[in-house]
Design a protein around this ligand. Structure first.
Ligand SMILES: Nc1ncnc2c1ncn2[C@@H]1O[C@H](COP(=O)(O)OP(=O)(O)OP(=O)(O)O)[C@@H](O)[C@H]1O
Ligand SMILES: [Mg+2]
Length: 425
């Protein structure tokens, strides 16, 4: 129905406006069976419904008796003017005319019941209306974003890959409004849970011990919730226990996260990539984190070349973290010319806000909110989401080409230039 929303507040589950005592009695019995208050069943018919709804919030389900209506379609249109969107309307009347029935349905009525009514018939119609209300709305489904998986890898230890992972996890869930999973594959020393002030739980260890148990239900139970939109899977395995896995648990987890979330961020220590290169075979975006040092320049070159060989279709976004102008080991220019590509995003060395984030148990990006430092996260998110959207468009295009790096990268706006350079190598 068409009226604007009135006062916020909970809607009544059910209102009825009927014309005669028999129908009132029957509707009250049906409402009672459905567990709804019977006081909301009134006498007065369609006209009364219009009057009443013009001054009060609309219910979830509305039953209107049209027996006294001289011009049903006109009266239903008047009802639509005062009835808020989302209300399911069931009408009843004495006119047995298929054209009227069709016209009423096309005016937005859910069902038209011919009088005299039977209790079963009314109950069935109310149950259908209830089912309509609990079914996922089309607009909710249209809102579903296609899943995007990204990996965050540090070129060397301590460069800030986990800080980037937790920050992106927060930003993707809170600012980009994506249902996000963070999978921290640093089984012994991971800091994902610690950073977000959570207990890691046993989920990841259980998954490694019993990969065959990993399914949708397992994911639901094992993930630790940081918020409505962000869940985490991580571990603090005892350091005397080596991780015994052939990697199948990790692949299986990635698969299930793909089904359950809109965005998966996998924090992958680079040494885990060596035995399990397939961990990144399905990722759309790789965020490669480096600092601007000589050793990192060497390893950035090696890892970029490894990605080019192993995951040619993935976009690689190069992030330089802990950047300090003037006093750094290398200048940005020296670093870029040594690795023969440009840095995409620079995160300055920021001990003040980083230590504040540690003290408060929040991600660095969350602490940056409202400060100039937040621009970096907006920029990084834009890179990732632009790429994810182009990938989704490409996948849904009828003549979608294969997942070729060149064609996909060519479509990216903003980073096209940088990426083209990289592709040329
Ligand atoms: N931009 C920054 N400014 C200041 N300190 C930072 C910055 N980025 C990261 N750090 C600090 O550097 C340390 C290492 O960061 P982090 O744990 O994220 O790195 P990592 O690459 O995941 O390390 P590991 O190799 O152990 O997984 C942490 O203490 C973190 O708070
Ligand atoms: Mg780490």
């Amino acid at each position: 129905m068409n009226a604007p929303f009135k006062a916020a507040g909970l809607r009544e589950p059910f209102n009825a406006f009927v014309c005669d005592d028999d129908t009132l009695e029957l509707i009250r019995a049906a409402a009672n069976d459905m567990g709804w208050p019977i006081e909301k069943c009134n006498k007065g018919g369609l006209r009364n419904a219009v009057q009443s709804l013009s001054v009060s919030a609309s219910p979830n389900i509305l039953f209107v008796d049209m027996s006294e209506s001289g011009d049903p379609i006109n009266d239903i249109n008047a009802l639509a003017e005062v009835c808020e969107p989302g209300t399911v309307v069931i009408a009843a009347g004495q006119v047995n005319d298929v054209r009227l029935y069709r016209d009423l349905l096309s005016s937005g009525i859910q069902d038209y019941l011919l009088k005299p009514l039977s209790l079963d018939q009314v109950r069935e119609s109310l149950t259908m209306a209830q089912a309509m209300l609990s079914a996922p709305k089309h607009s909710d489904m249209a809102d579903d974003k296609p899943h995007h998986m990204m990996a965050v890898v540090g070129v060397r230890g301590g460069v800030g890959a986990s800080l980037v992972s937790t920050s992106l996890a927060w930003a993707m869930s809170e600012q980009a409004d994506r249902q996000t999973a963070l999978l921290d594959l640093d089984i012994h020393f991971g800091t994902g849970a610690l950073t977000l002030d959570l207990e890691p739980g046993r989920g990841l260890i259980d998954a490694i011990d019993n990969p065959s148990r990993i399914d949708g239900l397992f994911i639901e139970r094992a993930m630790v919730r940081a918020s409505d939109k962000l869940s985490l899977l991580s571990a603090e395995a005892p350091i005397h226990q080596p991780v015994m896995t052939d990697g199948s648990a990790f692949f299986q987890l990635e698969e299930e996260l793909r089904n359950a979330f809109e965005m998966t961020i996998v924090d992958i220590p680079r040494h885990v990539l060596i035995p399990f290169p397939h961990l990144v075979s399905e990722v759309g975006t790789i965020v490669l984190v480096s600092d601007v040092t000589l050793a990192s320049a060497r390893d950035t070159i090696r890892i970029l070349s490894w990605f080019k060989q192993n995951v040619p279709g993935a976009r690689v976004i190069l992030v330089a973290n802990k950047f300090q102008n003037a006093i750094g080991e290398l200048s940005r220019k020296e670093f870029e010319s040594s690795i023969e590509r440009q840095i995409d995003v620079v995160i300055p060395f920021d001990p003040k806000l980083v230590s504040q984030s540690a003290k408060l148990g929040k991600s660095y990006a969350e602490i940056c909110k409202g400060t100039k430092a937040s621009q970096v996260w907006n920029q990084l998110m834009r890179f990732i989401l632009d790429g994810a959207d182009s990938e989704a468009e490409e996948a849904s295009a009828p003549a979608a080409k294969g997942k070729s790096g060149a064609s996909l990268l060519g479509k990216l706006s903003g980073i096209g230039g940088i990426m083209a350079k990289k592709g040329a190598k």
